[in-house]
Design a binder for this molecule. Structure first.
Ligand code: PXP
Length: 243
């Protein structure tokens, strides 16, 4: 299992103070420096979500990360023509298509791929034609996996939010759904990733999932970094994934 660190929250911290001038000489934290720290600590990739409302990551961040990062860049985005145009200019290694709703605090559910195949097809085709690997952030449901595969997505990212937000028996039931989804996707030849709400505790269950190639984790790592620093927070998560 590899770790992709989602650094959106690091941009959030910068926006709180420097929203009006992210290029100010004293603007901090520096996103590229933070991304490099994550990589030094064992992250296999960096993930950012360029939201339509630009509440954290800005266009310039994505270009700068693409330019400066020595590792894989995964861009999360909603299916919007304006963001697609930016993605095609930036050419990240991977794009993960996510649902986006302006009022949400974070991505709340999986993308309904089965319900909007025709709207997604041109976006998936454009990305793939540009040599960008495509992932779909979906609920662990059979129909969503089949639809992602039918559209030509190389990967799915299974939404672990329902698992993370439930406890005890309900969490185990959610884990079973994730396991079945991972088996199905793997059987179709689709790479299995997972993410959302994974932390230093529930990783013990997540790491029992079969076929998972990459986990995307943001919130919990950035929170831990407040106490122990970013490098150690990433190292601890990498170690917890590999135990
Ligand atoms: N994967 C996707 C597709 C997401 O939208 C998010 C949240 O931005 C994450 C992973 C990371 O979730 P968390 O911040 O809860 O670790």
């Amino acid at each position: 299992m590899k770790l992709g660190v989602n650094i959106d929250h690091i941009a959030t911290l910068r926006q709180v103070r420097y929203m009006s001038d992210i290029d100010a000489h004293n603007a901090e934290p520096d996103l590229l420096a933070a991304a490099e720290t994550c990589v030094r600590a064992g992250a296999a990739g960096i993930t950012v979500h360029l939201r339509e409302d630009r509440r954290h990551i800005q266009d310039a961040d994505v270009f700068r990360l693409r330019e400066g990062l020595k590792t894989k860049l995964n861009l999360e985005m909603g299916n919007s023509p304006a963001i697609l145009a930016i993605a095609l200019k930036v050419r990240p290694d991977e794009v993960c298509l996510v649902p986006e709703n302006r009022a949400e605090v974070t991505t709340e559910g999986g993308l309904n791929v089965a319900g909007q195949q025709e709207a997604l097809r041109p976006t998936v085709d454009a990305l793939r034609n540009a040599g960008i690997r495509v992932s779909m952030f979906i609920e662990p449901e059979r129909g969503q996996i089949a639809a992602s595969h039918a559209l030509g997505a190389e990967m799915v990212e299974l939404h672990t939010g329902a698992f993370a937000n439930s406890e005890d028996g309900a969490q185990l039931a959610a884990l079973v759904r994730l396991r079945e989804a991972a088996e199905q996707a793997h059987g179709l030849g689709v790479q299995v990733n997972a993410g959302h709400g994974i932390n230093y505790t529930n990783i013990a269950r997540i790491r029992t999932l079969p076929h998972v190639v990459e986990l995307n984790i943001g919130h919990s790592i950035v929170c831990r970094a407040i106490s122990v620093g970013l490098e150690r927070a990433v190292r601890e998560m990498v170690a917890a994934m590999q135990q």
